[in-house]
Design a protein around this ligand. Structure first.
Ligand code: NAG
Ligand code: NAG
Ligand code: NAG
Ligand code: NAG
Ligand code: NAG
Ligand code: NAG
Ligand code: NAG
Ligand code: NAG
Ligand code: NAG
Ligand code: NAG
Length: 512
């Protein structure tokens, strides 16, 4: 297995050969050791699912990125919550290695120790060393800009142009850190709508940059996160759209862990009305992201950079609307929350491909650094490059056999005053006092795709609860088969989980 990682090593001679070889074939691929390294763009949305139809409104994005490159049908987040997921993308590490536990500063979300320990080796730092001109725009980490952690003056290393949102996603009335200086915004659509502002600042960066060096841009619109504020022209779109009534919609979570046994089933009408409205508003906010992609692609084309640019489109995690009678949120181990959209176009990637290789958000930075020509054996990350899967003419490499999803439940030590009956230890109990999280919603899962489409999860609760799903027979995860399955299989999965939960770097990729 070690050979797959070694396969990513590149000698200077090899780089030159690849460049000459590919230049002859397509005249497009550039790497930083060569005359014209490739540009890279990462578009990261907030809370956009793939399983519940989250990509349906993205017609232009699917045409301009997916149809011009690859669509991954098995892309996963390492943890289905904003701050842990975004921290995994920046660090290339599983939560047990980057130590970001939740969305609070006390859980290392944009904390001082994150700034000291993790940010100096996050992927933009390596890009900057390779002379990439770097741009960040939009939501960063949920606690970014808070006073306890340096306020807006803190600009993480590696970024040349920094336009980061203070705090969690918003569309209006927000504050940005503009290269360390506070910039306040009100609620005029033309001046302040955050998705459009991120696009406008990125276009400005493209105009101002030096054509001598490649660029990297990370664009992080708030869509489709709450408060779901659509642009004025889209507030009447999808007026008849409702959340999909899929296999687990409004079903009881009867054989599942404690939190999933609590929701009222069937859901009250008020919950259904709430989630249908949220679903529609989420789609409306995504139309501005779809416009962003179109404008960006046109701009790159007019600058004659489109063919030299990799564009990645993804989200931090999935989302659910009514599945197992949970009204709206993320945080759960099920497919709807852990699967993410992932589309990529760029040099060496053949158009209109759908790839089944399992890929994760911790792979994004490694893949980006691979494209940039960074020696991956000098990078301390848990993920692996998926450039070999996207562009086999450029790289050889193997797929991971299985992987880890880990999550730390959030809770509050005092009870929610609007739901006094529930007691402490819970969080996000709305609408209708249905809680989406609890301290004991803490779990780790091992997922296999090739050698059986299986998921095995262990909870850190006082029942040591275990959930096992056969996704081939039961794609909606209606039946927990822990009591039916061969105990030898449970033991194998438990052993894999133990290894993954303590893996670091190479041992996360080459697990048996
Ligand atoms: C990559 O880095 C490793 C570890 O520092 C080193 O042994 C190897 O020679 C480097 N490879 C190249 C192609 O520079
Ligand atoms: C936060 O990160 C620091 C190291 O950077 C670590 O010592 C601490 O335990 C982490 N906190 C949590 C809650 O994991
Ligand atoms: C923005 O803040 C102003 C002043 O507090 C308020 O009147 C307005 O409703 C807010 N707009 C939005 C979209 O929240
Ligand atoms: C973005 O730029 C467009 C085109 O110049 C302009 O119409 C729009 O008002 C700008 N929006 C923001 C939020 O800056
Ligand atoms: C809930 O909605 C259903 C379908 O629209 C309707 O038949 C039912 O009467 C409603 N129940 C209540 C309590 O409003
Ligand atoms: C992949 O490996 C094969 C066999 O070792 C080799 O012939 C080919 O050149 C390699 N391709 C790349 C892109 O490294
Ligand atoms: C976040 O994690 C920290 C450290 O484990 C914990 O003290 C805190 O209560 C957590 N926050 C929430 C909202 O669960
Ligand atoms: C989970 O936590 C809740 C709230 O503290 C508690 O009532 C419940 O008994 C716990 N369940 C398990 C299985 O640990
Ligand atoms: C689990 O822990 C909770 C407190 O977190 C307690 O209320 C409950 O009775 C415990 N359940 C069992 C089965 O021990
Ligand atoms: C999963 O389901 C498929 C299809 O029904 C079946 O062939 C396979 O044996 C099942 N795997 C396990 C581990 O139960």
């Amino acid at each position: 297995m070690a050979s797959s990682w070694i396969g990513h090593w590149r000698s200077s001679a090899g780089v030159l050969t690849i460049c000459l070889f590919v230049t002859l074939l397509t005249c497009t691929f550039r790497c930083s050791d060569c005359a014209n390294p490739s540009n890279i763009i990462l578009i990261l949305t907030d809370d956009q699912d793939i399983e519940m139809g989250g990509m349906t409104p993205m017609k232009k994005t699917k045409a301009l990125i997916g149809d011009s490159g690859v669509t991954f049908s098995n892309a996963f987040t390492a943890s289905p919550l904003c701050c842990p997921s975004r921290s995994s993308i920046l660090s290339g590490k599983y939560p047990h290695n980057n130590l970001v536990r939740n969305n609070s500063i006390s859980g290392n979300c944009s904390s001082v120790s994150w700034q000291k320990e993790a940010e100096p080796s996050a992927f933009p730092v390596y890009l900057s060393k390779m002379r990439y001109q770097t741009f960040y725009g939009g939501k960063y980490l949920n606690q970014y800009g808070s006073k306890e952690a340096g306020g807006v003056a803190h600009v993480p290393p590696g970024w040349d142009q920094w336009y980061a949102l203070v705090g969690n996603s918003k569309y209006y009335n927000y504050t940005l850190s503009v290269n360390g200086k506070e910039e306040k915004h009100a609620d005029s659509y033309e001046k302040d709508y955050l998705t459009d502002l991120v696009l406008n600042r990125s276009l400005h960066f493209l105009e101002e940059r030096s054509p001598r060096y490649p660029f990297f841009m990370m664009l992080c619109p708030p869509s489709p996160h709450s408060p779901w504020t659509a642009a004025p022209q889209y507030q009447k779109s999808f007026i008849d759209v409702k959340a999909p009534r899929d296999g687990s919609f409004n079903k009881p979570g009867k054989d599942k862990h404690w939190l999933l046994r609590q929701p009222v089933n069937p859901m009250p009408n008020s919950s259904i009305e709430y989630l249908d409205n949220a679903y529609r508003s989420r789609w409306q906010t995504l139309l501005s992201v779809d416009d962003m992609v179109e404008v960006l692609v046109k701009k790159l084309d007019s600058m004659k950079e489109l063919e030299n640019t990799y564009i990645f489109y993804t989200s931090d995690h999935g989302y659910h609307t009514g599945q197992f009678s949970l009204p709206i949120d993320k945080r759960q181990l099920y497919e709807f929350d852990i699967r993410i959209p992932l589309l990529v176009r760029g040099p060496g990637i053949k158009p209109k491909q759908t790839l089944q290789s399992p890929v994760m958000n911790i792979d994004l930075p490694v893949t980006i650094l691979d494209i940039a020509g960074v020696n991956l054996s000098t990078v301390n990350m848990d993920g692996q490059s998926f450039l070999p899967q996207m562009a086999p003419s450029l790289r050889n490499g193997t797929e991971r056999p299985f992987f880890l999803v880990e999550y730390n439940g959030e809770g509050y030590t005092s009870e929610d005053p609007s739901c006094p009956k529930l007691g402490p230890g819970l969080a996000h109990c709305f609408p209708d006092c249905v809680c989406e999280d609890a301290f004991n919603n803490t779990y780790a899962c091992v997922r296999t795709l090739k050698d059986g489409n299986l998921q095995y999860c262990e909870f850190a609760d006082n029942e040591s609860f275990v959930e096992v799903y056969n996704l081939t027979a039961d794609p909606h995860q209606l039946e927990n088969i822990v009591k039916k399955v061969d105990p030898a299989l449970l033991q194998t999965m438990n052993q894999r989980l133990i290894k993954l939960q303590s893996c670091v770097g190479d041992s996360c990729r080459n697990i048996k």
